[in-house]
Design a protein around this ligand. Structure first.
Ligand code: BUP
Length: 441
């Protein structure tokens, strides 16, 4: 029988490319599909580093980046430029690229949640299309509930009640990203296109968000707004990660020398930036906690570290600028906790490695993720008040205190259920397999 042919389109941002790469790996290596992996490319990055992680049989198809100079000015913020580039590239390049290069029409086209323009192209070419939703089911239910942004007054009061499964889903209004995001492309366009998809694949798993998934799958509210069928197929997390170059080797060598479970990884994702005051309070908080740490800071953030911080923490702490192999660090025996912005990939990577989180969310879905993993799932403790004493108390509590014991035990259980969900017969394996059965027909 011919292998099913699946085309994948990630949004060009690290937190989105990574889960799509894992999906590609799984489709090829476990479910024996032929995969075409589309990617946004400038002339000088024809095959970016991360694509090297794909199995050699995957066809990599570059989408030439649109020239957006006529649509932007020097003042256009970086994030808006990014959104315009994605939109214009899809509108101008996707259809001709598919028509020119795809000899065999794919049985399915899976596009990132921020590339929903592709759903229209697929409809024109009669290709069944799906969305890969790269964050939680809770955020999907919230997004669908807020699909009509004219209904902002849905979010008054302390709590917001979303239609649920057995019980309603409760979200704190303080955790909503609305005030930052109402004008962005997600609320204006992408959510509204969701009903055009034949299904939504989610980077979560049944055992992690049972109520949230039941709500979207079964509650009449979501049916009435034409929510497509959902397929929780996560966690889509890298299984291994190479150590690249001398700098990363130094980091791993330092970790090798630390006692088991003694180091707090501190990282705020690919977009997270702290202001000068936050950097200073975090540094004092880490010192007060008296714990070992590995802190991924930016070069420009390091100038805001308190005077003498490097000397006082020499030997027990390491501040690195730019990037660490995060999954490898989380999998290292010396790592005992992860102080994180709670981007969904970071949450899943921590959980899959059995590492409890210290939640310091910054924006977007991160506040909701943080509350859910702390208060509902029980694998994290939240930093509630911004300041050195609270940071010191929470970090020390997770590493040494009673609170820490509870989250450490719970995260081990969740890790086990994550692994089970991915194995043959597990919920995520079967969800992906059920899609393959449809695609093979
Ligand atoms: Br920092 C850092 N190394 O040093 P999230 C991050 N990562 O591998 P996002 C590294 O980037 P939003 C580093 O493992 C994860 O896969 C990390 O994704 C990797 O946050 C990814 O956690 C970060 O989803 O923000 O994308 O930065 O919340 O907006 O998705």
């Amino acid at each position: 029988m011919m292998k099913p042919h699946i085309a994948l389109l990630p949004c060009p941002a690290m937190g989105h490319v990574t889960p799509m790469l894992q999906l590609a790996n799984r489709l090829v290596l476990i479910h024996h599909c032929h995969v075409t992996f589309l990617h946004f490319t400038a002339e000088d990055d024809h095959r970016p580093h991360h694509l090297m992680k794909l199995p050699p049989s995957v066809t990599v198809l570059p989408l030439p980046l649109a020239d957006i100079s006529a649509l932007t000015t020097g003042d256009t913020p970086l994030f808006s430029r990014h959104c315009i580039t994605v939109r214009e590239t899809l509108l101008r390049s996707l259809k001709p690229t598919l028509l020119q290069h795809l000899q065999q029409t794919p049985q399915a086209f899976i596009t990132d949640m921020f590339c929903t323009q592709a759903l229209e192209t697929c409809a024109q070419l009669a290709i069944p299309s799906y969305i890969l939703f790269t964050t939680s089911a809770l955020f999907l239910s919230f997004s669908l509930f807020f699909r009509d942004t004219a209904d902002n007054n849905k979010a008054s009061g302390e709590f917001l009640q979303l239609p649920g499964g057995c019980k309603p889903l409760i979200i704190r209004t303080a955790d909503l990203p609305l005030k930052y995001n109402l004008d962005d492309e997600w609320y204006r366009y992408h959510i509204k296109r969701i009903p055009k998809a034949s299904g939504i694949l989610l980077n979560t798993f049944e055992e992690l968000e049972p109520e949230q998934l039941r709500a979207i799958g079964e509650n009449s509210f979501f049916k009435e707004i034409d929510t497509p069928p959902i397929f929780p197929i996560g966690p889509l997390v890298k299984e291994t990660e190479p150590v690249c170059g001398r700098r990363e080797e130094c980091i791993m060598n330092w970790l090798d020398k630390q006692p088991s479970g003694s180091v707090v990884l501190v990282a705020f994702g690919s977009f997270g930036r702290l202001c000068a005051e936050q950097i200073s309070e975090l540094a004092w908080g880490l010192e007060l906690s008296q714990q070992r740490f590995l802190w991924v800071a930016r070069a420009e953030e390091e100038k805001d570290l308190p005077e003498g911080f490097a000397e006082r923490t020499r030997g027990t702490g390491m501040v690195v600028d730019s990037w660490v192999p995060q999954v490898r660090v989380l999998g290292h025996v010396s790592t005992g906790a992860f102080l994180s912005h709670c981007g969904w990939n970071s949450v899943m990577e921590s959980v899959c490695n059995g590492v409890p989180l210290i939640a310091w969310p910054l924006h977007a879905d991160q506040m909701m993720n943080a509350t859910m993993i702390a208060e509902e799932i029980g694998v994290a403790v939240k930093v509630k008040v911004f300041g050195r004493e609270e940071i010191g108390r929470v970090v020390r509590g997770v590493m040494e205190g009673e609170e820490g014991k509870a989250v450490k035990e719970r995260v081990k259980e969740v890790k086990e259920s994550a692994l089970k969900s991915l194995a043959k017969g597990g919920s995520s394996y079967e969800a992906l397999d059920s899609l393959l059965l449809q695609w093979k027909q």
